[in-house]
Design a protein. Structure first.
Length: 330
């Protein structure tokens, strides 16, 4: 469902997208900072598609968990024209927010704003009833509490983030980077999001379904981290690499490799390979004029028919429509 609205958002790329972070005292600084870094920091090598601002119920000094106050210039009225609202954590998850905050959040969502909560920010979405009937993520330590606060939601204690289109939630702290980059990828395309990640020196894409933490450390799952094998495979997507080749490179049996993938990445080797091939196809559609058949060959999907089928399943649109929406001029 995350990419169902991709075409609609792509049509708005020429318009500045307003992102508003709603803070509540005492505010966690890391979660707010990562949202500001992704949506609010201009970069000389990239266009500036976002207008980022911070709001609170009461303007002026807002205390933080880091021991200093920050000055917030905007009140809840900033939510009335936000395209995306970010909730960067909620220090006291069980403590109810004020009716004014809850009402403003509900009104923004009714108006069509996308709401994204990082870590314990999901509890504010639960108070507003915005998680009912939805799947949601939060830090694994808060999962049981969120399930009680939102009994009509399906709380997933394992995944990094859940992007449900107009509502998105993430696991603890750093998983907010993955969630925010996912939103940028949906708004601006995979190549733009990869450039932002490269500037931040973070991985350009970790799948939302990846586990928050490994079930067992590498020494208990039969060896070192899978990272070298993943890097080897990403550099050779055009080659006929499959599970046997990955297993051989890792020095593992296919069955053991599957267990390691599940423990470290929360997916299967085949699904991981397919996701990387689709991601590579997205970047080529954005940055080149190569025909679909050539792109299919370059990313290891062999034919235009296969690329179109896999692309439709993963991105919920066709390669042609995606290219028209996200093609980078020049």
């Amino acid at each position: 469902m995350a990419d169902d609205h991709e075409g609609d958002r792509a049509r708005d790329r020429t318009r500045t997208h307003r992102v508003v972070a709603l803070v509540m005292p005492p505010q966690a600084t890391f979660e707010l900072s990562l949202a500001a870094e992704i949506f609010g920091v201009p970069r000389s090598n990239l266009p500036v598609p976002y207008d980022f601002r911070v709001c609170a119920e009461h303007t002026g000094a807002v205390p933080t968990l880091a021991g200093y106050d920050m000055h917030v210039a905007h009140g809840l009225e900033a939510l009335t024209d936000a395209d995306t609202v970010i909730i960067p954590g909620k220090h006291r998850p069980a403590e109810p927010a004020s009716p004014a905050v809850v009402d403003a959040l509900r009104a923004a969502h009714r108006r069509g704003a996308r709401i994204a909560a990082i870590c314990s920010g999901a509890f504010l979405l639960a108070e507003a009833g915005l998680l009912d009937g939805r799947r949601a993520a939060t830090h694994w330590r808060h999962a049981a509490g969120l399930a009680l606060a939102a009994p009509a939601a399906e709380v997933d204690a394992d995944v990094l983030y859940v992007d449900d289109g107009d509502i998105a939630t993430s696991a603890g702290s750093a998983a907010g980077i993955d969630l925010c980059l996912s939103l940028v990828r949906r708004d601006q395309g995979a190549a733009y999001a990869a450039q932002v990640a490269r500037n931040m020196v973070v991985p350009p894409q970790r799948e939302g379904g990846q586990l928050q933490y490994a079930d067992r450390p590498p020494q208990e799952t039969g060896g070192e981290s899978l990272a070298p094998v993943l890097e080897w495979a990403e550099a050779r997507l055009a080659e006929p690499i499959g599970v046997p080749e990955l297993a051989g490179r890792a020095g593992l049996s296919p069955r053991t490799l599957a267990r390691r993938f599940e423990a470290e990445l929360g997916t299967t080797p085949g699904r991981w390979l397919l996701a990387r091939r689709v991601a590579a196809a997205r970047a080529l559609l954005e940055e080149t004029d190569l025909p679909v058949e050539s792109i299919a060959t370059r990313v290891g999907l062999h034919s235009a028919v296969n690329l179109r089928r896999r692309f439709q399943q993963a991105v919920r649109t066709t390669p042609g429509a995606y290219r028209r929406a996200f093609r980078t001029e020049g």
